[in-house]
Design a binder for this molecule. Structure first.
Ligand SMILES: O=C[C@H](O)COP(=O)(O)O
Length: 335
Protein backbone atom coordinates (compact mmCIF):
# COMPACT_ATOMS: atom_id res chain seq x y z
CA UNK A 1 0.00 0.00 0.00
CA UNK A 2 2.81 2.38 0.89
CA UNK A 3 4.40 1.43 -2.39
CA UNK A 4 1.23 2.38 -4.23
CA UNK A 5 0.86 5.71 -2.53
CA UNK A 6 4.49 6.63 -2.99
CA UNK A 7 4.60 5.74 -6.69
CA UNK A 8 6.10 8.94 -8.06
CA UNK A 9 6.48 10.04 -11.54
CA UNK A 10 10.05 10.87 -12.59
CA UNK A 11 9.41 14.57 -13.18
CA UNK A 12 8.52 15.22 -9.53
CA UNK A 13 11.33 17.25 -7.99
CA UNK A 14 13.61 15.37 -5.63
CA UNK A 15 12.91 17.78 -2.78
CA UNK A 16 9.19 17.23 -3.06
CA UNK A 17 9.77 13.51 -3.20
CA UNK A 18 11.67 13.44 0.08
CA UNK A 19 9.23 15.74 1.81
CA UNK A 20 6.31 13.73 0.59
CA UNK A 21 7.89 10.40 1.46
CA UNK A 22 8.60 11.73 4.94
CA UNK A 23 4.95 12.67 5.37
CA UNK A 24 3.81 9.28 4.10
CA UNK A 25 6.09 7.41 6.49
CA UNK A 26 5.01 9.63 9.39
CA UNK A 27 1.33 9.12 8.59
CA UNK A 28 1.75 5.40 8.21
CA UNK A 29 3.59 5.31 11.53
CA UNK A 30 0.80 7.36 13.15
CA UNK A 31 -1.83 5.07 11.73
CA UNK A 32 -0.05 2.03 13.17
CA UNK A 33 0.39 3.70 16.57
CA UNK A 34 -3.34 4.45 16.55
CA UNK A 35 -4.09 0.80 15.93
CA UNK A 36 -5.31 1.38 12.39
CA UNK A 37 -4.95 -1.70 10.26
CA UNK A 38 -3.82 -2.05 6.70
CA UNK A 39 -7.36 -1.88 5.40
CA UNK A 40 -7.89 1.55 6.86
CA UNK A 41 -4.50 3.04 6.02
CA UNK A 42 -5.39 4.49 2.65
CA UNK A 43 -8.47 6.22 3.99
CA UNK A 44 -6.60 7.40 7.08
CA UNK A 45 -3.74 8.81 5.02
CA UNK A 46 -6.14 10.49 2.59
CA UNK A 47 -7.94 12.21 5.43
CA UNK A 48 -4.70 13.29 7.10
CA UNK A 49 -3.23 14.52 3.83
CA UNK A 50 -6.27 16.59 3.07
CA UNK A 51 -5.99 18.21 6.51
CA UNK A 52 -2.29 18.90 6.02
CA UNK A 53 -2.87 20.21 2.52
CA UNK A 54 -5.57 22.50 3.89
CA UNK A 55 -3.23 23.94 6.52
CA UNK A 56 0.03 24.23 4.61
CA UNK A 57 1.47 27.50 3.39
CA UNK A 58 4.71 26.10 1.97
CA UNK A 59 3.94 25.66 -1.70
CA UNK A 60 6.65 23.06 -2.40
CA UNK A 61 5.45 20.90 0.41
CA UNK A 62 1.86 21.54 -0.54
CA UNK A 63 2.43 20.35 -4.08
CA UNK A 64 4.11 17.17 -2.78
CA UNK A 65 1.19 16.55 -0.46
CA UNK A 66 -1.34 17.28 -3.18
CA UNK A 67 0.38 14.78 -5.45
CA UNK A 68 0.25 11.98 -2.87
CA UNK A 69 -3.32 12.91 -2.04
CA UNK A 70 -4.21 12.64 -5.69
CA UNK A 71 -2.46 9.25 -5.98
CA UNK A 72 -4.02 7.94 -2.80
CA UNK A 73 -7.51 9.01 -3.84
CA UNK A 74 -7.02 7.44 -7.24
CA UNK A 75 -5.93 4.19 -5.62
CA UNK A 76 -8.90 4.22 -3.29
CA UNK A 77 -11.31 4.70 -6.16
CA UNK A 78 -9.54 2.04 -8.22
CA UNK A 79 -10.01 -0.64 -5.59
CA UNK A 80 -6.86 -0.57 -3.45
CA UNK A 81 -9.00 0.07 -0.40
CA UNK A 82 -11.21 -2.87 -1.15
CA UNK A 83 -8.21 -5.15 -1.59
CA UNK A 84 -6.74 -4.02 1.70
CA UNK A 85 -10.01 -4.55 3.51
CA UNK A 86 -9.14 -8.24 3.68
CA UNK A 87 -9.02 -9.00 7.38
CA UNK A 88 -5.25 -8.79 7.76
CA UNK A 89 -5.29 -7.88 11.39
CA UNK A 90 -1.97 -7.43 13.15
CA UNK A 91 -1.59 -10.05 15.88
CA UNK A 92 -1.85 -8.38 19.28
CA UNK A 93 -0.59 -9.73 22.60
CA UNK A 94 -1.17 -7.97 25.90
CA UNK A 95 0.34 -8.88 29.23
CA UNK A 96 -1.92 -7.88 32.12
CA UNK A 97 0.26 -7.96 35.21
CA UNK A 98 -2.74 -7.23 37.44
CA UNK A 99 -1.74 -6.38 41.07
CA UNK A 100 1.68 -8.01 40.83
CA UNK A 101 5.27 -6.87 40.74
CA UNK A 102 7.72 -4.63 42.52
CA UNK A 103 10.19 -2.20 40.95
CA UNK A 104 12.80 -4.93 40.92
CA UNK A 105 10.51 -7.54 39.41
CA UNK A 106 9.22 -5.12 36.78
CA UNK A 107 12.75 -4.15 35.84
CA UNK A 108 13.57 -7.84 35.34
CA UNK A 109 10.42 -8.50 33.32
CA UNK A 110 11.16 -5.58 31.01
CA UNK A 111 14.83 -6.54 30.65
CA UNK A 112 13.82 -10.07 29.66
CA UNK A 113 11.43 -8.71 27.07
CA UNK A 114 14.14 -6.45 25.70
CA UNK A 115 16.54 -9.37 25.29
CA UNK A 116 13.93 -11.65 23.75
CA UNK A 117 13.61 -12.38 20.07
CA UNK A 118 10.05 -11.14 19.59
CA UNK A 119 8.19 -11.49 16.33
CA UNK A 120 8.30 -7.90 14.99
CA UNK A 121 4.94 -8.40 13.30
CA UNK A 122 3.16 -8.72 16.64
CA UNK A 123 1.90 -5.67 18.51
CA UNK A 124 2.81 -6.13 22.16
CA UNK A 125 1.62 -4.21 25.21
CA UNK A 126 2.14 -4.79 28.91
CA UNK A 127 -0.03 -3.40 31.69
CA UNK A 128 1.80 -2.86 34.98
CA UNK A 129 -0.02 -1.64 38.11
CA UNK A 130 -0.68 2.09 37.73
CA UNK A 131 1.79 3.05 40.45
CA UNK A 132 4.56 1.56 38.28
CA UNK A 133 3.49 2.98 34.91
CA UNK A 134 5.95 5.84 34.89
CA UNK A 135 8.75 3.62 36.22
CA UNK A 136 7.96 1.16 33.41
CA UNK A 137 7.75 3.95 30.82
CA UNK A 138 11.42 4.74 31.44
CA UNK A 139 12.43 1.10 30.94
CA UNK A 140 10.05 -0.43 28.43
CA UNK A 141 11.67 -1.60 25.17
CA UNK A 142 10.78 0.51 22.12
CA UNK A 143 8.85 -2.31 20.46
CA UNK A 144 6.45 -2.65 23.38
CA UNK A 145 3.74 -0.26 24.52
CA UNK A 146 2.25 0.24 27.96
CA UNK A 147 -1.35 0.03 29.07
CA UNK A 148 -3.08 1.04 32.25
CA UNK A 149 -5.30 -1.60 33.83
CA UNK A 150 -8.14 0.83 34.42
CA UNK A 151 -9.07 4.52 34.39
CA UNK A 152 -12.03 6.70 35.28
CA UNK A 153 -14.76 8.26 33.15
CA UNK A 154 -13.92 11.95 33.58
CA UNK A 155 -10.81 14.11 33.27
CA UNK A 156 -10.40 15.28 36.87
CA UNK A 157 -12.18 16.04 40.11
CA UNK A 158 -13.09 14.67 43.51
CA UNK A 159 -12.73 10.97 42.76
CA UNK A 160 -10.37 9.67 45.40
CA UNK A 161 -8.18 6.84 44.20
CA UNK A 162 -9.02 7.19 40.51
CA UNK A 163 -6.82 8.10 37.55
CA UNK A 164 -7.99 9.77 34.37
CA UNK A 165 -7.16 9.15 30.70
CA UNK A 166 -5.69 12.67 30.60
CA UNK A 167 -3.24 11.70 33.35
CA UNK A 168 -2.30 8.54 31.48
CA UNK A 169 -1.72 10.50 28.28
CA UNK A 170 0.31 13.02 30.28
CA UNK A 171 2.85 10.35 31.21
CA UNK A 172 2.89 8.88 27.70
CA UNK A 173 0.57 5.90 28.13
CA UNK A 174 -1.38 4.98 25.02
CA UNK A 175 -3.56 2.04 26.01
CA UNK A 176 -5.99 1.15 28.76
CA UNK A 177 -7.77 -2.10 29.65
CA UNK A 178 -11.45 -1.52 30.43
CA UNK A 179 -14.29 -3.78 31.49
CA UNK A 180 -12.02 -6.55 32.73
CA UNK A 181 -14.07 -9.20 34.54
CA UNK A 182 -12.21 -8.49 37.77
CA UNK A 183 -13.38 -4.86 37.52
CA UNK A 184 -16.90 -6.01 36.63
CA UNK A 185 -17.26 -8.68 39.31
CA UNK A 186 -14.96 -7.70 42.20
CA UNK A 187 -15.42 -3.93 41.88
CA UNK A 188 -19.01 -4.12 40.64
CA UNK A 189 -18.49 -2.07 37.48
CA UNK A 190 -21.64 -1.92 35.40
CA UNK A 191 -22.04 -1.91 31.63
CA UNK A 192 -23.06 1.74 31.90
CA UNK A 193 -19.89 2.74 33.73
CA UNK A 194 -17.74 0.73 31.31
CA UNK A 195 -19.45 2.47 28.39
CA UNK A 196 -18.69 5.88 29.94
CA UNK A 197 -15.08 4.92 30.56
CA UNK A 198 -14.65 3.66 27.00
CA UNK A 199 -16.26 6.79 25.61
CA UNK A 200 -14.12 9.18 27.66
CA UNK A 201 -10.90 7.23 27.04
CA UNK A 202 -11.44 7.23 23.29
CA UNK A 203 -12.31 10.91 23.28
CA UNK A 204 -9.03 11.61 25.09
CA UNK A 205 -7.15 9.59 22.47
CA UNK A 206 -6.40 6.51 24.55
CA UNK A 207 -6.59 3.16 22.78
CA UNK A 208 -8.81 0.69 24.58
CA UNK A 209 -8.72 -3.05 25.18
CA UNK A 210 -12.38 -3.62 26.01
CA UNK A 211 -13.12 -6.93 27.73
CA UNK A 212 -16.22 -9.09 27.50
CA UNK A 213 -16.92 -12.56 28.81
CA UNK A 214 -19.53 -14.79 30.37
CA UNK A 215 -19.52 -16.46 33.80
CA UNK A 216 -19.64 -20.25 34.09
CA UNK A 217 -23.29 -20.30 35.13
CA UNK A 218 -24.18 -18.10 32.17
CA UNK A 219 -22.40 -20.47 29.79
CA UNK A 220 -24.07 -23.47 31.36
CA UNK A 221 -27.45 -21.77 31.04
CA UNK A 222 -26.80 -21.26 27.31
CA UNK A 223 -26.60 -17.49 27.78
CA UNK A 224 -23.09 -16.85 26.43
CA UNK A 225 -24.29 -15.08 23.29
CA UNK A 226 -26.83 -12.98 25.17
CA UNK A 227 -24.25 -11.84 27.74
CA UNK A 228 -21.59 -11.06 25.15
CA UNK A 229 -24.07 -9.16 22.97
CA UNK A 230 -25.18 -7.00 25.89
CA UNK A 231 -21.57 -6.24 26.86
CA UNK A 232 -20.67 -5.47 23.24
CA UNK A 233 -23.69 -3.18 22.95
CA UNK A 234 -22.58 -1.06 25.91
CA UNK A 235 -18.98 -0.92 24.71
CA UNK A 236 -20.09 0.04 21.19
CA UNK A 237 -22.24 2.85 22.58
CA UNK A 238 -19.01 4.41 23.88
CA UNK A 239 -17.05 4.11 20.64
CA UNK A 240 -17.17 6.49 17.69
CA UNK A 241 -13.79 5.61 16.22
CA UNK A 242 -12.99 1.90 16.30
CA UNK A 243 -9.44 2.25 15.03
CA UNK A 244 -8.03 2.28 18.58
CA UNK A 245 -10.18 -0.48 20.03
CA UNK A 246 -9.30 -4.12 20.62
CA UNK A 247 -11.95 -6.49 21.98
CA UNK A 248 -10.78 -9.10 24.49
CA UNK A 249 -12.99 -12.15 24.92
CA UNK A 250 -12.24 -13.49 28.38
CA UNK A 251 -14.61 -16.17 29.64
CA UNK A 252 -14.70 -15.60 33.40
CA UNK A 253 -14.52 -19.34 34.08
CA UNK A 254 -11.16 -19.49 32.27
CA UNK A 255 -9.44 -16.59 34.03
CA UNK A 256 -6.72 -17.73 36.38
CA UNK A 257 -8.31 -21.17 36.66
CA UNK A 258 -6.12 -23.19 34.33
CA UNK A 259 -9.33 -24.09 32.39
CA UNK A 260 -8.62 -22.59 28.99
CA UNK A 261 -11.40 -22.36 26.41
CA UNK A 262 -10.77 -24.92 23.69
CA UNK A 263 -9.74 -23.45 20.35
CA UNK A 264 -13.23 -24.29 19.03
CA UNK A 265 -14.96 -22.60 21.97
CA UNK A 266 -12.82 -19.50 21.55
CA UNK A 267 -13.32 -19.41 17.78
CA UNK A 268 -17.09 -19.80 18.13
CA UNK A 269 -17.42 -16.77 20.42
CA UNK A 270 -14.88 -14.66 18.50
CA UNK A 271 -16.78 -15.37 15.30
CA UNK A 272 -20.04 -14.29 16.94
CA UNK A 273 -18.43 -11.09 18.23
CA UNK A 274 -17.28 -10.33 14.69
CA UNK A 275 -20.77 -11.04 13.39
CA UNK A 276 -22.16 -8.74 16.05
CA UNK A 277 -19.82 -5.96 14.92
CA UNK A 278 -20.81 -6.56 11.31
CA UNK A 279 -24.52 -6.35 12.04
CA UNK A 280 -24.44 -3.55 14.61
CA UNK A 281 -21.46 -1.37 13.66
CA UNK A 282 -20.20 -2.02 10.12
CA UNK A 283 -18.60 -4.72 7.95
CA UNK A 284 -15.38 -2.66 7.85
CA UNK A 285 -15.14 -2.42 11.62
CA UNK A 286 -15.91 -6.14 11.88
CA UNK A 287 -13.15 -6.96 9.41
CA UNK A 288 -10.54 -4.66 10.97
CA UNK A 289 -11.10 -4.96 14.72
CA UNK A 290 -8.78 -7.29 16.59
CA UNK A 291 -10.58 -9.79 18.85
CA UNK A 292 -8.14 -11.33 21.29
CA UNK A 293 -8.61 -14.21 23.71
CA UNK A 294 -7.82 -14.23 27.43
CA UNK A 295 -8.16 -16.93 30.06
CA UNK A 296 -5.37 -19.29 31.14
CA UNK A 297 -3.35 -18.79 27.96
CA UNK A 298 0.02 -20.51 28.27
CA UNK A 299 3.08 -21.23 26.19
CA UNK A 300 1.59 -24.67 25.55
CA UNK A 301 -1.94 -23.83 24.43
CA UNK A 302 -1.27 -20.56 22.60
CA UNK A 303 -0.36 -22.03 19.22
CA UNK A 304 -3.59 -23.96 18.71
CA UNK A 305 -5.63 -20.97 19.83
CA UNK A 306 -3.68 -18.67 17.51
CA UNK A 307 -4.55 -20.87 14.53
CA UNK A 308 -8.24 -19.95 14.82
CA UNK A 309 -9.16 -17.50 12.12
CA UNK A 310 -10.94 -15.04 14.42
CA UNK A 311 -8.38 -15.17 17.24
CA UNK A 312 -6.21 -12.11 16.65
CA UNK A 313 -4.07 -12.35 19.75
CA UNK A 314 -4.19 -12.78 23.51
CA UNK A 315 -4.66 -10.96 26.76
CA UNK A 316 -2.48 -12.86 29.17
CA UNK A 317 -2.55 -12.70 32.95
CA UNK A 318 -0.47 -15.17 34.97
CA UNK A 319 1.74 -16.33 32.10
CA UNK A 320 2.70 -12.75 31.22
CA UNK A 321 4.79 -12.72 34.40
CA UNK A 322 6.75 -15.77 33.26
CA UNK A 323 9.31 -16.47 30.52
CA UNK A 324 6.61 -18.31 28.52
CA UNK A 325 5.08 -14.90 27.69
CA UNK A 326 7.68 -14.74 24.93
CA UNK A 327 6.39 -18.01 23.44
CA UNK A 328 2.88 -16.57 23.56
CA UNK A 329 3.96 -13.41 21.75
CA UNK A 330 5.61 -15.61 19.15
CA UNK A 331 2.68 -18.05 18.91
CA UNK A 332 2.01 -17.30 15.26
CA UNK A 333 5.67 -17.57 14.33
CA UNK A 334 5.80 -21.14 15.59
CA UNK A 335 2.72 -22.34 13.72
O1 LIG B 1 -6.28 -10.11 31.64
C1 LIG B 1 -5.98 -11.29 31.60
C2 LIG B 1 -6.92 -12.32 31.94
O2 LIG B 1 -7.64 -12.03 33.08
C3 LIG B 1 -6.37 -13.71 31.91
O3 LIG B 1 -5.70 -14.05 33.08
P1 LIG B 1 -4.98 -15.46 33.16
O4 LIG B 1 -4.12 -15.58 31.93
O5 LIG B 1 -4.19 -15.44 34.42
O6 LIG B 1 -6.06 -16.51 33.15
Amino acid sequence: MLHTICKFNSNVMLGKLYLSLGICVKLLYDSKRNGINKGQNVVFICNKLSTIAGNLKNTTLLSGVAYIFHQAKRDVSSGVQAKNMDPERQFFVGGNWKMNGSRREIEDLLKNLEKADLNPEVEVIVAPPSVYLEFSKCRVPKNIMLAAQNCFKVAKGAFTGEISPAMLKDIGIEWVILGHSERRHIFCETDTLICEKVNHSRSEGLCVIACVGEKLEEREAGKTQEVISQQMKSIAEGVKDWSGVVIAYEPVWAIGTGKTATPDQAQEVHCRIREWLKENVSPTVAACTRIIYGGSVTGKNCRELAKQCDVDGFLVGGASLKPEFIDIINATKQK
